[in-house]
Design a binder for this molecule. Structure first.
Ligand code: NAD
Length: 428
């Protein structure tokens, strides 16, 4: 989705160009990495429930597969654009590389609004997407996953179509499948837990005990809920969370200095992560404006709602008590805010490192599917901890060694790994 003059792909290329300079990459490597290796754009004809035929536009972009099969979600959105898919596929390459899993980056999409499509029509869109892409995706070359407005059900329809076309069972073709139909235990928790694994490590480096800390979260959806669960288990206290109010079309922050009770709050939250403000007041929460989450006197801030939330105009409101920001959401911080965060000396854990638990667990799902042998949940989560912790340490060590901002250090590691893989393969 691109809005106004903002072009996500131009931004992704600008970020890459900056790091290419730091790394002094040669021109061939720059050219191969600042553009996708392959792109597919195609039509998906669907026989609608009313008997008419509607043709949808589909995309798959494989940014880079030097380190392994491309990996990335398929989005259903009415404002999808090929440039957004290109940018997201590039960011997937860096995300897989920073956690050092043997996968490349890809992303897909269909211009459509599932709100206006019946389940049958959505199934036809899924099967049509696979029919167009069946020869160019698969367990050994490109592994899709759910993303904006696509679910485990959509993945299962896609898998079924792929298996019908190939005449064999290939559960490793796609991830995000329902548990029991090739999905992995632990995937629901993975992103939120991963965020907290990185926070735990940052606190260790700062010599702060989690039980002596407080935190404020933006968003109360999948990422936040599981991050709050683990953070609380570590002894931390959450004093504020914010969420979007569908009825009022605005966001609110819910504050309770004695601490947020996760179970209690979940009991008054809808399936989209919206908290009922009347019930929250009854439970003793102060209901504040949507931006209040960022102004709290806490040790840790976790933006876990959406992009563009910590900006030049509000980063100054971050309390001097804040020591760590871990980005659960993708792209929550603008470059202007980055400068303010760096000046304040806050330990930032950048999005594509902090929220990489999701793709890491998807990789585990793919491994389990290919083996047709499934691990216990504890096994999945402890492997996730190992991966996230070692990725965090590598980035933090480089940041200290070269005096780089954590975001730049993460980019340097990721881009260097992919550049090296392209060189080792003799591509450049
Ligand atoms: P979700 O839809 O489950 O939850 C989103 C939450 O944000 C909800 O509580 C919603 O009320 C709240 N919200 C929306 N707009 C808001 C606003 N303006 N102010 C305050 N709160 C607002 O989404 P999620 O899966 O938790 O994802 C959150 C972010 O994390 C997104 O940026 C997503 O791309 C990123 N992410 C998610 C995963 C994953 O595995 N779920 C993986 C990587 C990155």
């Amino acid at each position: 989705m691109s809005s106004g003059d903002f072009n996500a792909f131009e931004m992704a290329q600008a970020q890459f160009d900056k790091v290419a300079e730091i790394l002094n990459l040669d021109n061939g490597t720059r050219e191969i990495l600042r553009n996708p290796l392959r792109e597919y754009q195609f039509s998906i004809p669907v026989r609608m429930d009313d008997g008419t035929t509607k043709v949808f536009r589909g995309f798959r972009v494989q940014h880079n597969d030097a380190k392994g099969p491309s990996k990335g979600g398929i989005r259903f959105h009415p404002q999808e654009t090929v440039d957004t898919v290109r940018a997201l596929s590039m960011w997937m390459t860096w995300k897989c590389a920073v956690v050092n899993i043997p996968l490349g980056g890809g992303k897909g999409g269909v211009i459509c609004d599932p709100h206006n499509l019946s389940m049958n029509e959505q199934q036809q869109v899924c099967r049509g997407w696979v029919r167009q892409m069946a020869k160019n995706v698969g367990p050994l070359n490109d592994v899709p996953a759910p993303d904006v407005m696509t679910s485990a059900q959509h993945m299962l329809w896609m898998l079924d179509e792929y298996e019908v076309i190939h005449g064999s069972k290939n559960p490793g073709f796609i991830t995000g499948k329902p548990v029991g139909m090739g999905g992995s235990l632990g995937r629901t928790e993975a992103t939120g837990y991963g965020v907290i694994f990185t926070v735990r490590e940052a606190l260790k480096e700062l010599k702060i005990k989690p039980e002596n800390t407080t935190a404020s979260f933006q968003g109360f959806g999948n990422v936040s809920q599981y991050a709050i669960e683990l953070y609380t288990q570590l002894g931390g206290k959450v004093i504020c969370v914010s969420s979007w109010d569908q009825q009022d079309q605005t966001s609110y922050s819910f504050k309770r200095t004695s601490g947020v009770d996760l179970k209690e709050l979940l009991g008054i939250t809808d399936k989209f992560g919206g908290i009922d403000k009347a019930k929250a007041k009854d439970l003793g929460y102060e209901v504040l404006d949507g931006d209040a989450w960022i102004e709290q006197e806490v040790d840790i801030l976790i933006p876990a709602a959406l992009e563009n939330q910590i900006r030049g105009d509000n980063a100054g409101k971050i309390s001097s008590k804040v020591k760590v920001i871990s980005e659960g959401a993708n792209g929550p911080t603008t470059p202007e805010a980055d400068k303010i965060i760096a000046e304040k000396g806050i330990f930032l854990i950048p999005d594509f490192l902090a929220n990489a638990g999701g793709v890491t667990c998807s990789y585990f799902e793919q491994v389990q599917s290919n083996m047709n042998y499934y691990w216990e949940k504890d096994d999945v989560l402890s492997r996730l901890d190992v991966k996230m912790t070692s990725a965090f340490k590598a980035v933090s060590d480089l940041s200290k060694k070269k005096n780089l901002y954590m975001r730049d250090a993460a980019y340097v590691i990721a881009i260097q790994r992919v550049a090296q893989a392209c060189k080792d393969r003799g591509w450049v």
